[in-house]
Every structure is written in C-alpha cells, then in structure tokens.
Design a protein. Structure first.
Length: 430
C-alpha cells in the first residue's frame, strides 16, 4: 500500500484479504502500525517527523520486522498474496521493498490511495483514528489535531507514484476513492482481479439485508432442493416481510434480489421495491440427491453422506455442486453488492451461508455449518473495519432445516449453533 495516513489503506487491505480468502486464495495483511506500536505505543505527531532520528530508527525497525515476517509467511506458510499495509511514502522505501521482493521472487504491486478531499480525511479521522490504540484515553479533539499534524509531517516527505518515474512498476493509483484510477503495468490475472475489485469499492453508508425464503412445502417434508411453493407459514412470513423491512430500513429505497426459484419469489411478492432475479442465487444444486431427505441420502449413498459430513465445503453432490462451486458462482454477486447501496437478498440456506461468510470473514470449515434459521431477517452494516449484524426474528414458527454433523436428522442442535451468528459478528473487528 502507498498513501498518507487516513486514506483508507487499512480499510482497502482488509477488504482485499477478506475477498481473496473467501475465494480460497491465501492472503494476509501485515500492518506496520501494529509492529510500530511495540516500540512506540502512543506516539505524538513529532514521532512522525522525518528529522526525528530516534523515531525514524524505530519506524524502520517496525517495517523491517513486518517485511521479514511477510517473507517468512510466503516461504513457510505458502502464502499467495501479502499486503504490506504502511504509508510507504517515499521512493526510497518503495525501492527497498521492490529489491527485497525481487530477491525473494515475489511479484510486487503498489496500490496507492490518494485523497485531497479534506472533509473526507476529517471524517476518516473521526471514524477510526481518534478511537485507535494510538489515542487511547485522549480527548477526540486533541487526537484529531495531533493526527492532522502527523499527516502534515508525512506530507513533507511524501512522493506519490507517477507514470513517468515509476513507469516500470506495477501500480494502481486510486484518486479520491475511485473517481479516477490509474493502472500501470498490471499484467497478471490475480493483479487484474484485485484492481477490478478495488475499483468497485465505495464507502457510502448502506445496509444489506439477507433472508432465506419463507418455509416451503419441501422444508416441511424434510426434502432438499426442488422448486416447491411456500407453506402456509411461509406465506405468512412473506406477508410480514414488508413490515420487518420497513422497521429496519425506514423509508430508504432498496432493491430486492431473489433467485429464480418459486419459493424466493413468493417470499418477495409483497415487497414494494424493484426486484431482480439472479440465477446465481439459486440454491446449491444437490444433483442426484435433489428432492431427497437427508435420511434417504444416508440410506442410498452412505459413503457420499459421510464424505459430505467430513468435508462439507469441498464435497460435490453427484451431478451437482459443492459449497466451493457456489462461492465461485456468487463472485459476480459479491462484486455487484460492493458497487450497490441498499440491497435485500432473498435466497437459500447454502447460498446465504456463502454470502454471510464473505461479509463476516467466516472460515471455510465453519461456513457450511452455520445456522441460518428460517423467518429471520439479517441486516448487515459494513463499517470501516467490521460488519455489524442485526437479526430480526419474524415470530412466525417454521421448521428447522439445520442438519448437524454426524446425523441425518434435521433440527437438532440448531439453537446452540444459532448463537454462532452473534459470536462471529463481534469477532469481526480490527
Ligand atoms: P494510517 O496510515 O493511519 O494507518 P489508513 O490509510 O490505513 O491510515 P484507514 O485506517 O484504512 O486509513 O482509514 C479508514 C477510513 O478510510 C474509513 O473511514 C474509510 O471509510 C475510509 N476510506 C476507505 N477507502 C478510502 C479511500 N480510497 N480514500 C479515502 N478514504 C477511504
Ligand atoms: O433444506 C433446505 C436447503 O435449502 C436445501 O434445499 C439445500 O440442499 C440445503 O438446505 C443446503 O444446506 P446443507 O448444505 O446444510 O445441506
């Protein structure tokens, strides 16, 4: 990363890591600020003055340690994408990084966030900096003044990337979020994927609502897949949904995304918003097992049943899909979600788990086992370093379709697992 303080470098880094990890690309962020805090826990602005020799030594030590750990991570843990999250504000520093990367056969790409919108910088400071560990116990106004001085110190030495001097470097320059993006020598597939992703990011406040369809006839019959209609109780949920959404969204305008299956469209039928159907939101395809109960699957395909319990993320139904397959087909949905503002998605158990896993950074071993009960509206609020979750229960009874590990019966242990949603939400902060 390259950029002055409070330009969203950590924000962008964390998002890239979350996105790539969700796509099973091993990624990690090395935040130099946390290394620096070991030597200088709560420095004032003067610490960032380039002429402060002792401070400079501590800062160089911090970046050297971060880079060493990063190189070890590449070699010992077979990491694929590391992000060195620091200001990396001088040509000299970037030259040093470039050299180390080349020596270690690492392909570097520089991503600069440039922003001259003073109001936005002030908002960023209020949003995340005054509450950072650097200013623990300090009055927010004093912290803001000090942080502005810190930025001024960086500005003394800051050298932006430029298309003349740096024309041999692979770099992306994002100007005022993504108002203008300069792309230089981006050559590999992975680099271009990252560039495309960051170009789609925005920071406007917004919500994303997620809901499974209402209880379906197949849910009652304990059958998976299919294209059945809603049960009586499912229809009640559909009727109540506009009120639940209004209570949570107020008079915001939003767009509803459903799958192409009858049960999600019946669930959306009373919602007074624009609606869009996505094939990519259809439920995980159970192939030959479509329309069967888990008990029937265990009886007819005992080895498959066991294999799925052992590795639910990777297991692909005969003639159908795995969770990994679903994640891959959901990628355009995630990209579009990043671009959009207020969206309500009505989809299915497995698909919703995958979308939730992206926003909440849930690891692959856990995401297929998360409990997402019927008749519950989930509201996600993406914030700078975390996504806040609110669950709104409709108070309309429904069967549980949750199947725990090692059993073919549904409904057992759902209440225990239900808690995981809350636990995960509180863990997902910087
Ligand atoms: P520091 O160098 O002090 O670590 P930083 O550049 O890493 O600062 P962040 O901590 O990521 O800055 O700042 C987060 C804030 O930046 C959030 O409020 C977020 O909304 C905002 N933000 C995200 N992307 C951008 C961007 N491209 N330009 C400006 N601000 C952004
Ligand atoms: O039971 C409802 C359902 O949406 C099925 O159609 C689907 O096969 C299943 O949930 C996915 O959940 P799991 O991956 O836990 O079997």
């Amino acid at each position: 990363m390259v950029g002055l303080p409070a330009r969203g470098k950590s924000f962008i880094s964390q998002k890239i890591v979350r996105y790539l990890s969700w796509l099973s690309i091993k990624s990690k962020c090395f935040n130099v600020g946390s290394y620096r805090r070991q030597g200088a826990p709560r420095p004032s602005a003067g610490f960032f003055d380039a002429s402060n020799k002792e401070a400079y030594r501590i800062r160089e030590q911090a970046v050297a340690q971060a880079v060493e750990d990063m190189m070890n991570w590449f070699s010992d843990e077979e990491g694929v994408v590391a992000i060195l999250d620091a200001t990396n504000s001088t040509k000299e520093r970037r030259k040093w990084i470039l050299r180390l990367c080349r020596e270690n056969s690492i392909e570097p790409m520089f991503l600069e966030s440039w922003c001259d919108d003073k109001d936005l910088v002030l908002r960023n400071i209020a949003d995340v900096k005054t509450s950072s560990p650097d200013y623990k116990g300090i009055d927010p106004d004093v912290a803001t003044a000090d942080f502005l001085e810190r930025i001024a110190n960086y500005e003394q030495v800051y050298q932006p990337l430029d298309t003349t001097d740096d024309r041999d470097l692979t770099f992306v320059r994002m100007i005022n979020i993504a108002q203008q993006v300069i792309i230089n020598k981006v050559e590999t597939y992975l680099e271009s994927r990252i560039v495309f992703y960051v170009m789609n990011l925005h920071i406007k406040p917004r919500y994303i609502w997620l809901s499974r369809h209402g209880e379906s006839i197949y849910n009652i019959e304990k059958k998976i897949g299919g294209d059945s209609s809603l049960s009586e109780r499912g229809l009640k949920y559909a009727k109540k949904l506009p009120e639940l959404v209004r209570e949570s969204a107020g008079d915001r305008d939003l767009t509803v995304w459903t799958s192409t299956l009858i049960r999600t469209q019946e669930t959306a039928q009373h919602l007074p918003y624009k609606q869009l159907q996505w094939k990519a939101l259809d439920e995980l395809d159970a192939g030959e097992c479509d329309g069967m109960t888990y008990e029937e699957i265990e009886e007819k395909f005992p080895e498959d049943f066991k294999a799925r319990d052992e590795d639910k993320y990777e297991y692909r139904y005969r003639g159908g899909e795995s969770y990994r397959d679903v994640v891959i087909r959901l990628e355009p949905i995630i990209m579009e979600l990043e671009r959009q503002e207020n969206i309500l998605i009505i989809t299915h158990q497995a698909v919703l788990r995958c979308i939730y896993a992206y926003f909440m950074n849930v690891p692959q071993e856990e995401s297929p086992w998360m409990s997402i009960p019927l008749h519950t509206l989930i509201r996600l609020e993406p914030r700078a370093y975390a996504t806040h979750v609110t669950k709104i229960k409709a108070d309309i009874p429904a069967v549980s379709t949750y199947k725990g590990k090692g059993t073919s019966r549904v409904g057992e242990s759902e209440s225990d697992n239900d808690k995981s949603l809350h636990v995960l939400s509180s863990l997902n902060s910087k």
